[in-house]
Write a protein that binds this ligand. Structure first.
Ligand SMILES: Cc1cc2nc3c(=O)[nH]c(=O)nc-3n(C[C@H](O)[C@H](O)[C@H](O)COP(=O)(O)OP(=O)(O)OC[C@H]3O[C@@H](n4cnc5c(N)ncnc54)[C@H](O)[C@@H]3O)c2cc1C
Length: 551
């Protein structure tokens, strides 16, 4: 009888394949079977959605999985996220407030063709000893016994395999989540439609204003993930290495009902009404659309992700929130870091009970912290000043804490996690409260933000603290230094929050720019009064925040 595998992974998409690579890289003798229901090669350029990566997920792919060489050779470099605001100037791209990096970014990221990537990943993991079976549809898993039994069919013929661990990476099919009834709904109803179109689309050519179109090095705008936005929606453009372009709409149904864009013809009508410049530049290429896909209300959660009974859930099969800042691969990276650590320690005979609980708590608290970034916020997407503050704040938070912790392996270091989250007055808990407070503040401020702005370019790299947080991601620290660095960063975030608040309060209530503010209780509901134990002005941060302020 065949020896059981150490791990059977259900689903060979991004999460499953990268987990298998991570595990075999760390323990070459491990035995892994990946079961993937797709029978042949994935199509290039029109396979799955999720092509844009950001820093955390990119670090995972490049450094943890050692795919740097591969990504540089086979996929596109990315020129950050780019946002076109000023919805009153929809016809004139060169007049919209544009937010995005101008110069090449120090910390890289990529635009990934998911079909090519999955095909190549299969070859890479196979060459290292992972068994991948294509055309294998998982039909059942028995989890009760020490040896898990997975049943699957190939061409209607049934097969079984046994293993110590089973990891569900079946994406939206959510095999284990459904079987174990772990699904949790999320009150965030955004939906999406997307398609891939033949050929390159370069927004540089959408204006005859030469000063504007040559403001960035030719081609750099195209390499960004480009967002066009207004209340309730954003539209993406992502270039692919095949030379084609991914285009999508993500919208809040409270403002843009799903059935206004859920078919190709309707999506073009929707562009005509909501993003006329997109319509004008795509309508002649409608024949070149390669696919058209939709997903309704796709944010979801899951009651449990890891079990000492030796099963785990990773990737979109477990949790998914919102693609606005392209964090899908980030969550896969984090999830896989936790799962991989648990599996390898368990196989080495270590008791993983308390680790597992800490990892699960950490993962959920991170996810829950992320929810208010998007939930009930899509109405702000049309407010230019609010969005500049929000995007810079959200980036600052993302680079200063979660990404830094990930690149420094802090998420799998129990002592670091205890120091940050479990101690009395822990900085991690403060960080969570600060993030929530700022999202509430941005919502409050949005009610007062009633002015249109145009003709501005805002570069995150003109803001010193953003530049510092971004380049800081790549610095390696000892665990003790890492905890200190997070504490220092949270203090900077507190000052940023306070400086943003003071500008808002000054504009609404005429309060002094020198008042002390407590970042944990600030509110615009009524005229703020001075507090005795608040933060006073930090001149450097004040100068930085003033660069984001248009009023
Ligand atoms: C609108 C939208 C935009 C997005 N944009 C981005 C982005 O720009 N960047 C980003 O990082 N992320 C993005 N994401 C998220 C990204 O798509 C997901 O994070 C990612 O695709 C999830 O990968 P996965 O491996 O978990 O799932 P999948 O890639 O779906 O893989 C699951 C695999 O399991 C297989 N499978 C399913 N059932 C079975 C079965 N019974 N037996 C065997 N195999 C099975 C499937 O065939 C599939 O290959 C976006 C998501 C949405 C909805």
């Amino acid at each position: 009888m065949k020896k059981p595998y150490d791990v059977v992974i259900l689903g060979g998409g991004l999460a499953g394949l990268t987990l298998s690579l991570q595990l075999i890289k760390d323990k070459p003798s491990i035995s892994i079977l990946v079961l993937e229901k797709r029978s042949g090669n994935a199509p290039e350029a029109a396979h799955k959605v999720g092509e844009s990566t950001v820093e955390l997920g990119t670090h995972y792919l490049r450094e943890v999985l050692d795919l740097k060489g591969y990504l540089e050779e086979k996929q596109l470099p990315k020129h950050g996220l780019r946002f076109f605001l000023s919805p009153h100037q929809k016809e004139n791209i060169d007049k919209r407030v544009e937010l995005g990096p101008r110069e090449l970014l120090p910390v890289p990221s990529h635009q990934i063709d998911r079909g090519t990537f999955e095909n190549d990943l299969i070859e890479i993991v196979k060459s290292k000893g992972v068994e991948v079976v294509l055309g294998a549809k998982v039909t059942d898993v028995l989890l009760d016994a020490q040896e898990k039994k997975t049943s699957y069919t190939i061409d209607n013929q049934e097969y079984n395999s046994s293993s110590l661990w089973v990891v569900d990476a079946t994406g939206r099919n959510s095999f284990l989540k459904r079987k174990l009834k772990l699904k949790q709904d999320l009150d965030h109803g955004i939906s999406s439609a997307w398609f891939r179109i033949k050929g390159e689309i370069d927004v540089d050519s959408w204006s005859e204003n030469e000063d504007w179109s040559t403001y960035l090095e030719p081609g750099l705008r195209r390499l960004s993930t480009v967002h066009f936005m207004d209340a309730g929606y954003w539209v993406w453009f992502i270039p692919l290495a095949s030379g084609n372009t991914s285009v999508g709409i993500v919208a809040d149904p409270a403002i843009h009902p799903f059935d206004t864009y859920n078919k190709l013809d309707k999506a073009f009508d929707w562009f005509k009404a909501n993003e006329p410049i997109v319509y004008k530049n795509l309508i002649d290429k409608k024949e070149d659309v390669l696919d058209f896909k939709v997903l309704k209300h796709f944010a979801h959660s899951c009651e449990k992700l890891y079990s000492t009974e030796r099963w785990a859930i990773t990737g979109e099969s477990g949790l998914f929130l919102d693609p606005f800042y392209s964090p899908g691969t980030d969550f896969i990276a984090l999830n896989n870091a936790f799962v991989g650590d648990l599996i390898l320690r368990d196989l080495a005979g270590e008791d993983i009970h308390s680790r597992l609980k800490i990892f699960e708590r950490t993962h959920y608290s991170l996810f829950e912290n992320w929810i208010p970034i998007y939930q009930n916020k899509y109405k702000l997407w049309g407010k230019t000043q609010t969005m500049v503050l929000k995007i810079f704040w959200d980036w600052a938070v993302y680079w200063a804490v979660p990404t830094l912790l990930f690149t420094n392996k802090g998420y799998t270091d129990i002592l670091v996690l205890r120091d940050l989250f479990a101690k009395k007055d822990a900085v991690g808990e403060r960080f969570g409260r600060l993030s929530q407070q700022m999202q509430l503040l941005l919502l409050e401020w949005g009610e007062f933000d009633d002015k249109e702005f145009e003709n501005r370019y805002v570069d995150p790299f003109d803001i010193h603290f953003l530049q510092g947080f971004h380049t800081g991601i790549d610095e390696q620290h000892s665990p003790k230094e890492l905890v200190q660095k997070v504490k220092d960063n949270v203090l900077i975030l507190e000052h940023i929050a306070v400086e943003m608040f003071k500008l808002m309060s000054h504009k609404i209530y005429g309060t002094s720019m020198d008042i002390k503010v407590d970042p944990y209780s600030m509110s615009l509901a009524k005229k703020p009064t001075e507090v005795s134990k608040g933060l006073s002005t930090n001149l450097k941060i004040k100068g930085d925040v003033s660069k984001m302020w248009f009023y």
